[in-house]
Structures are given as C-alpha cells and as structure tokens.
Design a protein around this ligand. Structure first.
Ligand SMILES: Nc1ncnc2c1ncn2[C@@H]1O[C@H](COP(=O)(O)OP(=O)(O)OP(=O)(O)O)[C@@H](O)[C@H]1O
Length: 340
C-alpha cells in the first residue's frame, strides 16, 4: 500500500471521500439483510512487539533496560503506558518511533519490521523541540511541506491553517516559540505532528512539563481531538488519572532494569469523558486504586529482590550503648556552669 506522502492529491481526496462515506455507513443503521451478512469486525493489530529487549552500554557498564516486551496495539485504540521515572518509558517510545532499534525480538507495524523513523508514526516529545526562528505557522508548515511535497501549495496552506485552528492558536499563528507559553508551545508541537497525519500518534509524556491547570486543559483537548479523529494513539505518562481519562487500555511498565510490561487494565468508562465528572465515578476510583496499588507493589517487590540479590558486603554496626558525659551536679541552684 502506498504511504500518504506518496499518494497523488487526487487519490488522497478520493480516500477522504471514501472515509466520509464509511463514517456515514457506520451511523446509518444497515438493513436487516446486510446485518445478517456482515459480522462485527475486531480492529486489526497495527503495532506488534514480540519479545523485544533493549539495553545500553557494554561489559560491566551494560544495563538491560527493557526485557521481553510483548504487546499488540489495535488500530484506532488509545493505549496508555504508565510507569515510574527511569523505568524505560522513553526507551520504549523511541523503539516505537524507530529512533532506537531493539537488541532482541521484533517490532512490527502492519506486519512489517520498523526500520527507522517515519511520518507514519508521529512523535510528540515532553520538550517541545520547535524551531525558534520559525513562527507557529512556519513550524507546522515545515512538517506539512516535507511530508506532502506533492500537494499543491494552496492545499498545503489550508491544511496548515486547519491544524492551527484545531489546537486553538489562530490568534498566535504569527508568533515565534519564545513568545508563547509552555502550553501553547506544546499545542504547536501537537499540531505539527497531527498535521503530518500519522497512522499512529506517539505521545511521550507530552504534558509533564506543564503546570497542573494547563495540563488538565490540554488533556481534554488531546482527548477531544482523538475523539474526532480516532487515530491510533500510544501515550506514555506517569499520571494514572491522566491514563484513565484518555485511554482504552492501560499497561504498566514495571520498574527496571529488565523492565517488562505488567497486566493490561481495560478502562470501561463511556466516552466522551470529562475529568471533572470522573472524580465521583466509582469505576474510575476503583481503577485508579487498582493501577496505583499494582505499581506500588511491583516497585516494592523490585526493591526487595534487589536487596536480596545484592552482593555488597553487609555492614555490621557495633553494639554501642550511649554513655552520659554530663558532670554530676554539686548544687541545686540555677547558676550557669562555666566551662572555661
Ligand atoms: N542512550 C542511552 N545510553 C545509555 N543509557 C541510556 C540511554 N537512554 C536511556 N538510558 C538509560 O535507560 C534507563 C531508562 O531511561 P528512560 O529515559 O527510558 O526512562 P524513563 O522511564 O523515560 O525515565 P523518565 O520518566 O525519568 O524520563 C535509564 O537508566 C537511562 O540512564
């Protein structure tokens, strides 16, 4: 199948029309005769990790970061990976993006090995990484121009404007990154990646550098965009509440070294979801407890195992008893004791 960047504008247009038609057929109830013929389809696996392992360094300085990672991501799902700092979340994401190659196992997209970075897998980093000399519009246009080179200029321009509006930055399109707040910069970063129309959106802790208020506003915006686009999305986060708000499934990454994935937690909450409404929801609270308890327990086990396996000599403390060095008092008056 041709990649988006290789398709002619006409083909892309036809595909869009087809996509619209398809959406309509989902909304319109099919006739009984069709219902009997068409079986409900399970979404296809778009991304597959089989026994993936990754480490850094060599000899005694070698660290095995990820071990035996097995995961299938289904087309159109929102999957969240949660884990503690240093467990290997960014390494995991770099593997999905094709920025790192696995030492062992296989990483497949639509059944084919991931051989390097591709606009099919759009990555949004924790740090915005915008080009400082370009405006909001210029930063987004740069990626659109490089991915959709064959599109007519006017079409590319409209495409850029659409994504500027989508993230609510129409009023700031002419500004450069240093003239934007952290939340606005992350919006540009998100728009730049979304505008490339990746088949999979990879979000590597995109909100963790933001203050709590901006973070919750952007959480809802990402969710709203995803609910409209229904693009396959993998998000890394250290915030369990955030994971439950956005995801269909949550997979914990156990603490490293040799981090592997924990059990899958399915988020059975109706969409659209709004953070303010979830706080009182018993399913939300139960899931938050289950995921948090799992992470805390697995970290404690990891620490206990490390302590038990440690070959460092155990330090025996001497059995010392404290002795009072105070001089016996000669009188009961409150005169200060002069020592020199
Ligand atoms: N290129 C590299 N070379 C050597 N070690 C690396 C490299 N990249 C990551 N590591 C090591 O791998 C381990 C996991 O790092 P990683 O950044 O994936 O964790 P993380 O869970 O994303 O952490 P954080 O949440 O703090 O960003 C760390 O011990 C880190 O030092």
């Amino acid at each position: 199948m041709k990649r988006e960047s290789e398709r002619s504008p006409g083909t892309a247009f036809l595909i869009q029309i087809f996509a619209c038609e398809f959406k309509m057929s989902v909304v319109v109830r099919p006739s009984p005769s069709i219902e009997t013929r068409v079986a409900p389809q399970r979404p296809e696996t778009i991304l597959s990790l089989k026994n993936v392992g990754k480490g850094f360094g060599s000899g005694v300085t070698r660290t095995e970061v990820l071990t035996n990672i097995n995961l299938n991501v289904r087309e159109g799902e929102f999957l969240a990976v949660v884990g503690f700092s240093g467990s290997g979340k960014s390494t995991f994401m770099k593997l999905l993006a094709g920025l790192e190659t696995p030492d062992t196992g296989q990483l497949l997209m639509n059944g084919l090995p991931i051989a390097g970075p591709s606009p099919d897998r759009g990555l949004v980093f924790q740090n915005y990484s915008l080009l400082p000399w370009l405006t909001v519009r210029g930063n987004i246009a740069l990626s659109v121009d490089s991915v959709f080179r064959s599109w007519p200029k006017a079409e590319r321009r409209d495409h850029v404007e659409k994504f500027i509006e989508m993230v609510g930055l129409g009023h700031a399109a002419h500004r450069r990154p240093h003239e934007l707040s952290g939340g606005m910069r992350q919006r540009v970063s998100l728009a730049r990646t979304l505008a490339m129309k990746p088949k999979i959106l990879l979000l590597d802790e995109p909100l963790s550098a933001l203050d709590a208020l901006t973070r919750s506003v952007l959480q809802e915006e990402i969710l709203k965009i995803w609910e409209e686009e229904r693009q396959t999305c993998v998000m890394i986060t250290n915030d369990v509440d955030e994971a439950i708000l956005v995801a269909d499934r949550i997979v914990p990454l156990n603490p490293g070294p040799n981090a592997s994935l924990g059990p899958t937690f399915t988020v059975e909450l109706d969409r659209p979801r709004r953070a303010t409404e979830l706080n009182h929801n018993t399913t939300f609270r139960g899931l938050r407890n289950a995921v948090t308890n799992y992470l805390v327990a697995v970290r404690q086990k990891n620490r206990d195992d490390e302590a038990a396996a440690s070959t460092a000599p155990k330090i025996e403390l001497p059995d010392l008893q404290p002795r009072s060095l105070a001089l016996p008092r000669k009188s009961t008056t409150n005169r200060p004791i002069v020592t020199s």
